[in-house]
Design a protein around this ligand. Structure first.
Ligand code: NZQ
Ligand code: ZN
Length: 390
């Protein structure tokens, strides 16, 4: 097991009705004026917006607000939020929505006390030294941003989608009521299932093998997703399924399943290019990339891929030929994503094969960067992974 630090300080309020306490919770933590951030309108349609405003009013809190966050959120709107937050004197950023909304809130929170261009943090020019606090009401189980130290944003100039990790990104508290996810379109339920599994599988496919406890935690999480994902997909109002998945979303990306491990996040890197260039939903980008990446790299760690196949996907262990077991596991993942009507090929979402060299070149910034994933990946290997995904 590798040395590790684990600190995941977000206070979670999990269960029915907590959203109505948002005002009193903000007061309890000593804040006076939230900047409410939300997406394209789902919270207005579901009635959650009115509940939040009532709860803020009841607690005697004034607020400012900015809506219109898009999936794969954009920098310009976050900058508008920074301006508004300063102008209105807001002292906390309240995100009500999914990963895109929460990440926009995180960008705003980092940007308000920073005098230069907030993009500096994403292009490596500067490191965050302070931030406002963010608090969340989560409406979709997927990205895990409600407990994570990541914030992912797209700069419209050059369509560059990037994430950064910083302790300042951990929300102060997150409200998670599974009932708030009942209104999700099926496609978004499935995207969320893929993303939650992806965060866990990326950490599971470590180079180290001596991480039994962390492996077992990850396996429990993944098996929970394999069991409850289809239930939530087919019975959107099944509270138990929604609750299990919502909790898995947070645990998949708060670093618990990575403790003591040495892992790669290359799938996300490739997926982000699909989102940046074509606007592909994050989960859909991953359901296409993951099976291809697995097919490309399994041979460098057959034992681990076979373990995954047996312990998570329920495949039979082939003692004579573990490689067959490893491949059966990859097949099972692809079949599982397919069963949720997720795309598993670039061609499923109309991306032409001729775009592959351009995509690979974007990932490596025309060969300037390489990535580790059992072996070093240059533009050539990344192009091969994209071809396996075609
Ligand atoms: O914008 P609205 O109208 O709210 O609609 C959203 C959006 O269209 C809709 N939705 C959310 N909750 C709903 C709902 N519709 C009906 N009922 C509800 N209860 O779902 C759509 C997707 O929302 P989005 O916030 O984009 O979803 P998700 O949570 O999957 O977030 C994806 C973003 O998070 C980033 C992704 O790259 C992507 O930009 N990620 C952030 C991470 C982090 N900060 O830790 C880690 C992840 O790996 C990921 O990269
Ligand atoms: Zn993700």
């Amino acid at each position: 097991m590798n040395n590790f630090e684990f600190y995941t300080p977000t206070h979670i309020y999990f269960g029915k009705g907590y959203a109505d306490q948002i005002g009193s919770l903000i007061v309890k933590y000593g804040y006076h004026k939230p900047l409410l951030v939300y997406g394209g309108g789902s919270i207005k349609q579901s009635g959650l917006y009115n509940r939040v405003i009532s709860a803020l009013d009841a607690a005697g809190l004034s607020h400012a607000e900015i809506g219109g966050v898009e999936p794969n959120p954009k920098l310009a709107l976050a900058k508008e939020g920074i301006r508004l937050c300063r102008e209105e004197g807001c002292d906390v950023v309240l995100a009500v929505g999914g990963g895109s909304t929460i990440d926009t809130a995180k960008v705003i929170a980092l940007g308000v006390p920073y005098e230069a261009d907030v993009w500096d943090f994403w292009c490596g020019k500067s490191q965050p030294k302070t931030a406002l606090r963010t608090v969340c009401i989560l409406t979709i189980a997927a990205a895990g941003s409600e407990m994570s130290q990541s914030a992912v944003i797209t700069n419209e100039e050059g369509s560059i989608k990037r994430g950064i990790n910083s302790e300042f990104n951990r929300p102060l508290f997150s409200i998670m009521d599974p009932e708030l996810t009942y209104t999700l379109p099926k496609y978004q339920i499935a995207c969320g299932v893929v993303d939650i599994m992806m965060h866990t599988i990326e950490r599971y496919m470590t180079r180290k093998s001596e991480v039994e406890l962390t492996d077992r935690i990850a396996e429990a999480l993944l098996k929970t997703m394999v069991h409850y994902g289809p239930i939530a997909y087919h019975e959107p109002q099944n509270y138990e399924a929604r609750a299990e998945i919502m909790w898995a979303s947070s645990l998949s990306h708060n670093d618990l399943t990575g403790c003591g491990k040495d892992y790669f996040t290359i799938n996300h890197k490739l997926g982000h290019e699909l989102s940046a260039v074509y606007g592909t939903a994050h989960g859909a980008s991953l359901s296409i990339i993951l099976p291809a990446w697995m097919k490309y790299v399994y041979k460098y760690n057959i034992a681990r891929f076979a373990q995954f196949a047996v312990r998570v996907m329920g495949c039979e262990y082939d003692y004579a030929n573990p490689e067959i077991t490893a491949l059966a596991g990859i097949d099972a993942v692809e079949t599982f994503f397919h069963s949720l009507d997720m795309p598993v090929r670039l061609s499923d979402i109309g991306i032409p094969e001729s775009d592959i060299p351009m995509l690979a070149a974007r990932v490596t910034a025309n060969g300037a960067n390489t990535f580790e994933t059992y072996i070093e990946l240059t533009t050539k290997e990344i192009e091969e992974i994209f071809r396996l995904a075609y």
